[in-house]
Design a protein around this ligand. Structure first.
Ligand code: 2RA
Length: 322
């Protein structure tokens, strides 16, 4: 396969290279595209050095089996349609196309069937959405979901490598830049992205709209509060669910969660540090409130589960490997 990665030097781009290695895909040619300022950097794939090249419209007209994009919405909006117009399949990690009704928004374990005979642009959901729907799709199938109350505790890597550097500077007492709206060191910030007129943030709207699209149910009411915390990798989420049908006992919830692919249900308390590098979603602190409401703690590596691994699984599904 001939694969291209756009945004190869970013947190997610680098993770995409690592996931392609980890999943041992047969790749004959891997091209790494970046902005002009990152051109010429050497990255490795299976210990083979690959020099990054500047992203151009011409390059997007070449024939690839798959192009993985993670370079921000404006880059995707400009270059992904050019690539798709020339017959390429684009798996885009930006928010550019997620809510486009013509474009599938995919978590392969949940709605991978939508990719059958599909060509063009495929949207990769937002990281905080992916780990939540992976833990809830079987609950929705069996009991129906009426409401989801979720508070997130999002790692700084979600805001990119510059955010990691900024957090480290702040912990060293160096001058604060404006990567975050407030100091992140020794602090938490109750805002991810910008705030909309309704008082909910961009990130919170993503969780609402993307969850409804992926679970194909516009009736689900979702009440998110997204928070940035001084953690390197691993988003955590405190979730309360109200189901449409009564589930009667916690053991019925546990049984249903346990048939969810790539979800681990445990009695242990799981923290972000323990899940960094994993491709699984971890559910703990499970407890019931009554016969139709339960609560739990959900943790996953936001860069892998929440972006790179989901994107590569979409590629593998379309390539007939998964
Ligand atoms: C974040 N979910 O965590 C957003 C984008 N990756 O910053």
């Amino acid at each position: 396969m001939k694969i291209g990665i756009v945004g190869a030097t970013g947190e997610v781009g680098r993770a995409m290279i690592k996931v392609l290695e980890d999943f041992k895909l047969q790749i004959d040619e891997l091209r790494l595209f970046t902005s002009k300022k990152s051109t010429g950097r050497i990255l490795t794939y299976k210990d083979i050095p690959i020099e990054t090249e500047t992203l151009t419209e011409e390059a997007m007209k070449e024939k690839f089996d798959f192009l993985l994009f993670s370079a921000g919405a404006s880059v995707s909006e400009h270059f992904a349609p050019i690539a798709a117009k020339h017959g390429n399949i684009v798996i885009d990690n930006s928010s550019a196309f997620r809510m486009n009704p013509e474009i599938p928004l995919i978590v392969p374990e949940i709605n991978g069937y939508l990719l059958k005979n599909y060509k063009g642009i495929v949207a990769n959901p937002n990281c905080s959405t992916i780990q939540m729907v992976l833990s809830l799709y079987k609950i929705h199938e069996k009991f129906g979901i009426e409401e989801i109350f979720v508070s997130t505790y999002q790692a700084v890597s979600g805001a990119g490598h510059k955010a990691i550097i900024e957090m480290e500077k702040q912990f060293r007492g160096e001058k604060i830049n404006n990567v975050f709206p407030k100091q992140i060191a020794y602090n938490v910030i109750p805002l991810v992205g910008t705030i909309n007129e309704d008082g909910f943030s961009e990130e919170e709207h993503k969780m609402i709209n993307e969850t409804r699209k992926i679970l194909d149910d516009q009736s689900i009411q979702i009440y998110p509060t997204t928070v940035r915390v001084p953690v390197y990798y691993g988003h955590s989420e405190s979730i309360v669910v109200k189901t449409k049908k009564e589930f009667d006992s916690l053991s019925n919830i546990i049984k249903t969660l346990k048939i969810s692919e790539n979800v681990i249900v445990t009695d242990e308390i799981i923290t972000p540090i323990e899940v960094a590098g994993s491709d699984l979603v971890y559910v703990s602190r499970l407890r019931t409130i009554d016969n139709s409401r339960f609560a739990f703690w959900n943790v996953a590596d936001n860069i892998r589960v929440g972006a790179a691994t989901n994107a590569v699984k979409i590629l593998m599904t379309m390539a007939g490997i998964l």
